[in-house]
Design a protein around this ligand. Sequence first.
Ligand code: FES
Length: 122
Amino acid sequence: MRLPDPLRGGLQEVLVLTFAATGRGNCVEVDGTPYVYVRTASGSFVMRADCPHRGGPLHLAAEGPEGKSLICPWHERRTATVRMRQRIPAVRTGRTVRAVLPHPPQAEVSHQHRPLSPALAC
Ligand code: FES
């Protein structure tokens, strides 16, 4: 019996980036997708700074009850923080964050600043 190769002949290449956890350079934009490091009542993680609904500023989100969700300021859609925490592997060391982002290593990268809402500030 022959099983299909789950790796399709190789490992997937990913982009590993280091950026500031807070302040200047706290947002890394990869091929037009911004990411920020946030701290919520239910934990810290790297997330997309734009809302999956219509691109609203999710980095300015309010926290839902018990810190279990973020509420987008544009249309008040809720996103579960438990799902967000699992999407992007990341570790904070001091003032920097290293994250494994779902982009190819040759992706276009820029560092920016995005303000965070009080609910997400580190
Ligand atoms: S853009 Fe975020 S809920 Fe619509």
